[in-house]
Design a protein around this ligand. Structure first.
Ligand SMILES: [Zn+2]
Ligand SMILES: [Zn+2]
Length: 339
């Protein structure tokens, strides 16, 4: 089983295409044949050298799923023909985090596209501990983004943000691959989404997706949000970083929670501690998703939650796609089509 696959050979260099023959799966692995894989902003940060643990050369990408075509000898949970979605990492399965269902925090996890070959290849070997079987009718486009986008958002809003019915949820960077999907997920979980975008041409799409209001990074949107909500939002899903952080913090109501999930430009932010104390606000990080979140995500997809896909490309369009993502030209997720 071979295919033209994408490789990152050097930091700050283009993705190079080469023929790649997938090895037989290891004892605890299956070989997954992908229909689609997702292209994530994290892949670009990896290319730019922000993930120092990356072992080069590597097949980038971590948004993996498809159909099982081969199984290792210790694998009894999955068989050929099963449809599966993968976490974006392989948990160790032994530490206290893994044993308590918090495998997203496993300190020993290995990440696809960084220390393990990842998704920019039609065939990927995946450890069984990363996989969830898809029993229901889930569209192929939803599978690669179930862990890194849908499940990650579910984890951030439900488990970390503790959403309740009727909560206002601000989503920054709402026109991106994560934010655009978050609008619908907030709705599906009973919240009222307010979308922030720096690209005004995306407003109409954001309203179509279910945003109650759209605010803009150029304005003092914390003031707009106070007008809209009265006191501020219950939860803010912060997916941008330094460009929006302070306005987002000032958009929270008393007791409101900020959940930080993205950091496009890895610069430190300044924290107005007095404000946080006076308003009893919390700021929490949320990373990735667990198998439980992945199952919830796939259930939401089976019940009609649609993945927001901005563009489908062939593998040879990957470097152009990075360019377009960096220039904010794409609304929704980019998928590489291997069919
Ligand atoms: Zn991702
Ligand atoms: Zn672990």
């Amino acid at each position: 089983m071979d295919s033209i696959s994408g490789f990152l050979d050097k930091i700050n260099s283009n993705i190079i295409l080469r023929d790649y023959e997938i090895p037989d799966p290891g004892e605890d692995e299956v070989t997954v044949m992908q229909h689609y894989t997702g292209v994530c902003f994290r892949d670009i940060l990896t290319q730019q050298g922000f993930f120092p643990r990356v072992s080069l050369p590597i097949i980038p990408g971590h948004e993996i799923g498809g159909t099982v075509v081969a199984t290792g000898k210790n694998v009894t949970e999955f068989k050929k023909g099963d449809r599966v979605a993968s976490l974006i990492y392989v948990p160790c399965g032994k530490c206290s985090y893994c044993l308590s269902g918090n495998e997203n925090l496993c300190p020993n996890k290995k990440s696809f596209g960084e220390t393990l070959n990842g998704g920019y290849s039609k065939y990927v070997n995946v450890n069984k501990n990363s996989l969830v079987k898809i029993e229901e009718d889930v569209p192929d486009e939803a599978i690669p983004i179930a862990a890194c986008v849908t499940g990650m958002i579910v984890h951030a809003i439900k488990k970390v943000g503790k959403i309740e019915k009727g909560n206002y949820v601000l989503i920054t960077g709402a026109g991106g691959g994560v934010g655009s999907n978050a609008i619908q997920i907030v709705r599906a979980l009973g919240g009222i989404p307010i979308a922030e975008t720096s690209s005004k041409w995306k407003d109409e799409e954001l309203y179509k997706l279910g945003a109650e209001y759209v605010v803009h990074a150029d304005d003092d949107y914390n003031k707009d949000i106070k007008k809209i909500t009265g006191d501020g939002v219950d939860i803010a899903l912060e997916d941008v970083g330094i460009a929006t952080f302070n306005k987002t913090l000032r958009s929270l109501k008393t007791g409101g929670r900020m959940v930080v999930i993205g950091n496009l430009k890895p610069d430190p932010v300044s924290l107005p501690l007095g404000l946080i104390i006076l308003k009893g606000n919390s700021i929490k990080g949320s990373i990735s998703s667990t198998r439980e979140d992945l199952k919830t995500a796939l259930e939401l997809n089976a019940r009609g939650l649609k993945p927001i896909i901005g563009k489908k490309i062939r593998i040879d369009g990957i470097n152009q796609a990075y360019e377009d993502m960096l220039n904010k030209k794409i609304f929704g997720r980019v998928l590489i089509d291997f069919s």
